[in-house]
Ligand binder design. Sequence first.
Ligand SMILES: Nc1nc2c(c(=O)[nH]1)N[C@H]1C(S)=C(S)[C@@H](COP(=O)(O)OP(=O)(O)OC[C@H]3O[C@@H](n4cnc5c(=O)[nH]c(N)nc54)[C@H](O)[C@@H]3O)O[C@H]1N2
Ligand SMILES: Nc1nc2c(c(=O)[nH]1)N[C@H]1C(S)=C(S)[C@@H](COP(=O)(O)OP(=O)(O)OC[C@H]3O[C@@H](n4cnc5c(=O)[nH]c(N)nc54)[C@H](O)[C@@H]3O)O[C@H]1N2
Ligand code: SF4
Ligand SMILES: [Mo]
Length: 732
Amino acid sequence: MTTVDRPADVGEEGLDAKRTVHTFCRYCMAACGVDVTVAGNRVLKISADRANPHTWKDFCAKGRTAHELVEHPRRILNPMKRVGDSYAEASWDEAIRDIARRMNQLIAEDGPDTVACYWGNPGGFSASNVVFLNGWLDAVGTRSRYFVGSVDQNAMHVVAAAMYGSQLMAPVSDIDNCDYFLLVGCNPAVSAWGWVETVPGGWRRCLERQRGGARIVVVDPTRTETAEKADVHLRVRPGQDWALLLGMVKVILDERLQHEEDCAELALGVDDLRFLVRDADLDDLAARCEIPRAEIERIAREFATARTAMAVTRTGVALHEAGTIGEWLGHVLNVITGRMDRPGGRRYEQGYVDSLKLFDIWAKPTLHRSRVSGREMVAGHHGLDELPDEITTPGKGRVRALVIDAGNPVVSGANGDKLDAALAQLDLLVVLDLVQRESHRHAHWLLPVAHWLERDDLHSLTSGLQDRPFVQYGHKAVDPPPGAREEWEIFTDLALAMRRPFFGYRGVNTLVRTSRCLARRTDRPGLAFSPHWVNRLLVMFGRKLRWRDIMAKPHGWVYGEREFGNLRKALRTPDKRIHVAPREFLARTRELMAGQHPAAPEGFPFLLGNRRHRHSMNSYLNDLPSLHRSERRNVAVLTPEDAAELGIAEGDLVRVWSPVAEIRLPAAISNEPRRGSVLVDHGWGSRVFDPRGEAEPLVYGENRNRLVDGADLDPLSQTPALSSTYVAVAKA
Ligand SMILES: Nc1nc2c(c(=O)[nH]1)N[C@H]1C(S)=C(S)[C@@H](COP(=O)(O)OP(=O)(O)OC[C@H]3O[C@@H](n4cnc5c(=O)[nH]c(N)nc54)[C@H](O)[C@@H]3O)O[C@H]1N2
Ligand SMILES: Nc1nc2c(c(=O)[nH]1)N[C@H]1C(S)=C(S)[C@@H](COP(=O)(O)OP(=O)(O)OC[C@H]3O[C@@H](n4cnc5c(=O)[nH]c(N)nc54)[C@H](O)[C@@H]3O)O[C@H]1N2
Ligand code: SF4
Ligand SMILES: [Mo]
């Protein structure tokens, strides 16, 4: 099935010149349907696909300019091999052979854990990348696995595993029926309504509900665009959501406002919760989160008694020392007030492929304690903060080779300077990316990959994260440059070249080889083993949709109605109940309740807050000129009062420092931050190198995560407190 529209007035000649591909944007969870106008192999224009029945209304400048990354002047176009201080182009054969040989050598000396991998956020937006990466990791047999989760959504995985029995079970928001939105630590007006769910147009739909009488309560230290529109904005003290949410749970249980049936039938452990909140002091909790007690009581009562309601917790909650407890209590609020799997609350969406079931059957849980700190894995990976010591601490199993796939961990995690220094000590650093960024500067090999505009994707494994039964095949709009390859192919070739059984199963390598051979002999490339096989098998396994029906709907297909009532049987807990009071969460909460109230240390009076920019995607897209025209892209935002006290005026250069680093940025003055906070967007200060060595690195702004020493870690999710670092500020 082709996705090509042929305008009636274009003749045969013109057909070649211009065509439109209907596909979807793969930068963020909104997954906007887009029309890509192409001539030859060049993208002329990207616009919203208004014929997409489900998603296009979030369409933004990032999607509109996606081809600028494709045509990035510094794009890596062929495998690049480090030679001294610079790089030389090499063939794929040479790259794969050299990497395989060096890795096998290291494994022979130190065992499989010496080969490590970090994969970042865009990896999750490819249907094939992470699946095949795992196939290769299983082939190698390494447990040195790191991913973006420990600077992002690990708290959610930990909570889902403990409460629902599967780390993958993520309830989705039923916005169009909701009367009361409790939005904690998210800014959907800028970042779209997505974390581990995909809710196209979520914020618009939420505002539509508000116009019909729904209430929006936003809990955020910062006056964001979202808070601006809220009925109530609670300026919580950063990192203290757990206290606010625990206070709400206490009010609901003490005043018997809970949902009787769900508390008796669906939930398990409500008595343990009662026992916990009996010992909680509302005034103490109020003092910790700096929200008046009366306000906590009022919001709790409103939430519990609203006709329909949902609590949504996101990165603003998670990226703190008590992140998992905050995340957990958000889920608890939904469960005890009867919001799970009911209209207007958080649903379970089955999707067209039951990935929970697949995960049960296929995933081999990797249980491992890390060599240096002895920590267990979270969601199948170790914490990113452990990586530097694993590289620098001598001993068997030391990480000596690393693959960075679609990530920029030096910028996205805490204490990037420490990681950067460690990366320089690796025997082998292999990078799969479009360009060479900060984390890639010590790479021995730069391997060029395809952009999503150059790749087919069917997100069958995450079909249960859609807020509605929806499927769209993401067709590629253009071909990748001849020297670039998709990640899946690189990992397949590496497993073959290393002579290690792909996916950890004997026989797969022979299957791959035979299929490739057959494809060559018959001149039918489709016969060669590829993600296409996997996709077709998954759709078949799902037994809900037919492949040809999916392909017949290039704009996407809403294949059913939102259903309720499937949660119970989908739960992965042995008793098919939601465990609302996991023991480790109770213990940690008691620890927090007994702990000191937060206070700034001597000499560092400011809290370092965070923002996301509409036109940035974490640490990339910041170097695209048409997205960021302003000279002052990355600023330090202070309140007028704080700025006046420090004698700082708009545009002044300021120093922001912590015990580990200092950055310098122009000041911006606004009422957005909380008093005593300085806001700096994350993701800046990442250099973009020219691997061909012709030009100086491009760099905009500063990396605010250098200021975070990473010592304060949420012990449950292993996520550093990226949003509650104390810093000092002064005019430079
Ligand atoms: N202080 C603070 N820190 C944060 C956050 C915060 O809110 N505050 N947010 C955190 C969050 S939520 C996240 S998700 C992380 C992000 O952390 P990471 O995932 O580590 O970093 P990204 O900035 O997303 O970098 C992605 C890289 O992938 C490349 N890339 C893009 N598309 C592809 C592709 O298709 N294939 C390959 N191979 N490469 C590709 C890009 O060029 C870029 O170099 O940052 C986290 N860090
Ligand atoms: N334009 C754009 N969109 C994106 C991204 C992007 O980089 N740019 N990234 C995508 C990714 S990878 C993700 S994970 C999602 C994230 O989506 P969100 O989680 O909605 O991310 P943010 O927009 O950073 O919103 C987090 C909010 O939490 C607030 N906050 C900070 N500390 C606290 C706290 O202690 N308590 C509370 N209650 N709030 C706090 C911050 O002020 C901020 O407003 O966005 C996605 N969408
Ligand atoms: S980046 Fe923009 S266009 Fe792309 S999916 Fe997200 S909101 Fe839509
Ligand atoms: Mo993220």
